[in-house]
Design a protein around this ligand. Sequence first.
Ligand code: ATP
Length: 231
Amino acid sequence: MLELKNANVYYGSAQALYDFSLAARVGEVVALIGRNGAGKSTAMKAMAGWLKCRGGALMMNGARIEHPTPEDVNRAGISLVPEDRQIFPTLTVAENLRMARVTHQPARWREREVYELFPRLGERQEASGAALSGGEQQMLAIGRALLCQPKVLLLDEPTEGLAPVVVNALVDAIRAIAAEGVAIVLVEQNVRIPEMLAQRFYVLDSGRVGWEGNRDEFIRQRDAVERLISI
Ligand code: ATP
């Protein structure tokens, strides 16, 4: 479904991503792991059209998205939940969701489905974005992305810094979203969460894919993967 092929990304003259390729298929959870500064967020922003690639191609269902802008990419069904979540702190949970509401008909994800997926958000509907815990903010950010009816959801370190009980709720939710056929690209620094969820793994090392493989290969070669992501 989603394919980024041979992308090179620069910040000024500094290259952050080298010949990077990644694919994610219907209902698949793909993990993108790597140590701090490896280029994971850069790769996610490239797939979301937030950063320009030199060369390479961003494809959705076999069709190339020419000169992708964030709007084009979102329209093609790709939604990014960035590391900093980007919710509106002065608006309530309900208002944050209302602003993300789109007029797609039929819509798989409406506010009601978001509250079903994250009952905690339902209880916090009138709380302002700024008053939410980190876990609630992450749920809200994912909820906002779902209201765009994504076919591909890009999640940048969704569990970072969260308590284990919240992490478990997010893991369950990610599994449920994938079960609906949404492809998920999950960025994490370590393998703990990806190994619960992912069918395929990419390991970034200094801007290059240092290892990639499916779940069986990951289990067999776990030591090699751990070496690539250890500090
Ligand atoms: P983290 O786990 O810390 O989020 P990451 O794997 O997501 O790391 P990136 O944030 O993609 O890594 O950074 C990749 C490289 O690009 C790093 O060397 C970083 O310093 C550099 N970089 C990231 N953002 C910028 C920017 N806005 N301007 C210049 N260099 C940047």
